[in-house]
Design a protein around this ligand. Structure first.
Ligand code: ATP
Ligand code: PRP
Ligand code: NIO
Length: 481
């Protein structure tokens, strides 16, 4: 079994549509799809884009091998030999643009744009959404945790509770982009170069006759990274006093104990008491790590209670995005080729939020030249030149169309980058460290009211007057039909 080939990591209907396009002779018509989400997760004021590295690897690896072909043949007798032969030769030959990982993004903004033969563009929908939705969700959750943790150290501990192996490693990578410092997952460390950190489990303590013996044996062999889990029996009466003994033992060897870890009970109270005990024992440098079903709300509360915690180990709630386990990103057709030219298309819905915005679009971040801060985002049709030249633009807010805002002194930063051109990768993927730094810089471009965890201000995302007019025109045309 080949677990590596992701070409059939798609919904059956995509293959059926590919077959139908082939059978009807429309397979080579070009189409443009855009990926966007409609609603921010967790009540957050922004999202953190992630998933592009995985998307690039997926696109480059697209191949229907003999195993895939044999399976398709067995699944559907209509799939003719000629169609299957075409799949054997299948390569992605289209264009793709995407916002770089770590970018702050908002609802309705194109995050990925695919312009390709419809035969190719249709196949990739499912996998693209799978990668971008999950990784953007986890990066956004991690960003919320980072907001409350400030300069404290954040460790990603989620693998055992993640929705399987891929989610564990790509989720840990997304968390690192958003500011986590390390992961406990060694494969993730090896694959992506993320720092790895680890303490020890209760089993290490339970597996010895006494807690003190367990601590001593651990410290003897790993003297430079001793973090002792102190809550197996009784945190304040046994765990911390035993850890202090080990701290003193290490000092005699000219070493310093790293930390203790609290994993149950009242973390505010226990951390304050443990801090006092360590300080009194002359071990003020020994740090305190906390874990146990933490999330941004508990961390915020613990800090408000004066908890003395230096390092937070966060697992389940982060890696599963416990309070909102999916991001609703979609992949919508915005233009299709007719007689050699693109024509915009729309999806109408009874739900106004679900009516798509037709046409091939660009998204610009409007940076105020005086403050250097982001004033809003501007979605315009690709052919609109004014914004690229810095000409005055009118922001159109569909909810308040009667208040036109004209912006003049701005810098428009185009968010979409060229990733593939005619199937060729033209993007140099930044290193993970560069992505993390870029994300940090991005956060500094936004006023705090857009970033706060609770009830953030809504950041302005407006569409150009031309894009809005096109939408109205197409709605009218379909109504008349
Ligand atoms: N001072 C505190 N204020 C708010 N929440 C806290 C505080 N201390 C701990 N918590 C959180 O409360 C929850 C306690 O969960 P739970 O009752 O399952 O833990 P426990 O009984 O202490 O430990 P165990 O994991 O061994 O069951 C955890 O999510 C923990 O992070
Ligand atoms: O709580 P999380 O945020 O998911 O962090 C990871 C948890 O994993 C470990 O617990 P373990 O698997 O031993 O089980 P536990 O729930 O009994 O502590 C560790 O001690 C943390 O409590
Ligand atoms: O290193 C740790 O303490 C750790 C790692 C994974 C899960 N829980 C704890």
């Amino acid at each position: 079994m080949n677990y590596e080939n992701l070409t059939l990591h798609t919904d059956k209907y995509q293959i059926n549509m590919m077959y139908a396009h082939w059978a009807q002779g429309s397979l080579n018509e070009r189409a443009v799809f855009e990926v966007y989400f409609r609603k921010l997760p967790f009540g957050n004021g922004f999202a953190v884009a992630a998933g592009l590295e995985r998307v690039i690897a997926y696109i480059e690896g697209l191949r229907f091998g003999e195993e895939e072909i044999a399976y398709l043949k067995e699944q559907e007798e209509n799939y003719s030999e000629e169609f299957l032969q075409l799949l054997r030769e299948f390569r992605f030959t289209g264009n793709m643009d995407a916002v770089p990982e770590g970018t702050i993004v908002f609802p309705n903004e194109p995050l990925v744009r695919v312009e390709a033969r419809v035969f190719e563009a249709q196949l990739v929908e499912t996998a693209l959404l799978n990668f971008v939705n999950f990784q953007t969700l986890i990066a956004t959750k991690a960003s919320r945790i980072k907001q409350v943790a400030g300069d404290d150290v954040l460790l990603e501990f989620g693998t055992r509770r993640a929705q399987e192996a891929d989610a564990a490693i790509w989720g840990a990578r997304a968390a690192y982009i958003a500011g986590f410092h390390a992961t406990s997952n060694m494969r993730c460390g090896m694959l992506f170069g993320i720092p790895t950190k680890g303490t020890h489990a209760h089993a290490w303590v339970q597996g010895h006759a006494t807690e003190e013996e367990a601590f001593r044996k651990y410290a003897e062999v790993l003297p430079d990274q001793v973090t002792l889990l102190v809550d197996t029996y009784d945190t304040l009466r046994s765990g911390v006093p035993n850890a202090i003994r080990i701290g003193h033992m290490l000092e005699q060897q000219g070493k310093r104990m790293n930390a203790i870890r609290l994993d149950s009970g009242d973390l505010a109270y226990l951390s304050q008491r443990a801090r006092a005990m360590l300080d009194e024992a002359g071990l003020p440098y020994v740090k305190i790590v906390a874990s146990n079903d933490l999330d941004e709300n508990i961390i915020f509360n613990l800090k408000a209670q004066g908890a003395r915690i230096d390092t937070w180990g966060v697992g389940t709630q982060l890696i599963t995005a416990g309070d909102q386990p999916s991001l609703g990103g979609v992949y919508k057709l915005v233009a299709r080729e007719e007689d050699g030219a693109f024509i915009p298309v729309i999806k109408i819905s009874g739900n106004p939020e679900k009516v798509s915005t037709p046409g091939i679009k660009e998204v610009y971040r409007i940076i105020n030249r005086k403050t250097g801060m982001a004033d809003g985002d501007y979605i315009a049709l690709r052919e609109e030149e004014g914004v690229k030249r810095g000409e005055p633009i009118q922001l159109h807010d569909p909810l308040h169309p009667y208040i036109p805002t004209i912006i003049k002194d701005y810098e428009a930063v185009s968010l979409l980058r060229n990733i593939f051109r005619d199937g060729k990768l033209v993007y140099t993927m930044p290193s993970l460290g560069e992505i993390r730094d870029y994300h940090k810089q991005q956060m500094h471009q936004f006023w705090p009211q857009y970033l706060r965890k609770l009830n953030p201000e809504t950041y302005r995302v407006n569409i150009s007057v031309a894009a809005w007019q096109l939408k109205l025109d197409l709605i009218k045309r379909y109504r008349e039909q």
